[in-house]
Design a protein around this ligand. Sequence first.
Ligand code: MD3
Ligand code: FE
Length: 223
Amino acid sequence: MSGELFPRPPRPRAEIAPGAVHVPDWLPEERQRELVDVCRDWARGPVPIRHTVLPNGGVMSVQTVCVGWHWQPYRYTRTAGDVNGARVAEFPDWLLRLGRAALTEAYGDPAAGAAYTPDTALINFYDGDARMGMHQDKDEKSEAPVVSLSVGDRCVFRFGGTENRGRPYTDVELSSGDLFVFGGPSRFAYHGVPKVYPGTADPATGMRGGRLNITLRETGLPG
Ligand code: MD3
Ligand code: FE
């Protein structure tokens, strides 16, 4: 069996703000399935996936596992002192190449792709009730773009300005296989995920429910 009962029409690529490029359906289904498999492995360890605890005592509804460097608010470390103390999994070479290909595709600029050296991946898992509030990502000491890959359930991605978390913002629906790159003036924009649509994933991706988002980043930290 292949194909979908209700195929969705192709969506055009869009630059929603300077440096913020959405490339719908970039990842083929087979590559999505491979990503789901490897994320499932990383979720088991060496540092198991967890709900990140914020300094104010709040607990994120999203579950996160990291590769290359471990992120906790508001720093990157090699070991996960807030989980089990283990060293995070190595950032694999195939993921570096995937990040370069993503940047080349989004910006149409092979030189920008070749210069990109992401050294950490944050893998977020959203069940039906998980959300991510509006925030900036500024724990990285590099201004290099962030590459985002979505797999599984569709969501509303909310993109705002760089000054504050309020309006105006642009809402974009992200679907399984979509690529989004945030560079240049968009790198430090506020953004969030106010809604996930449960049950909208194609089971062929290997997701049994929920949404995965993989972001690739340059930490700017030494080796
Ligand atoms: C814009 N993740 O992990 S991906 C995050 O879908 C995060 O899990 C969301 O926000 C998610 O920090 C959104 C899109 C995204 C990721 C990083 C960005 C947009 C960004 C960094 C700067 C600007
Ligand atoms: Fe973010």
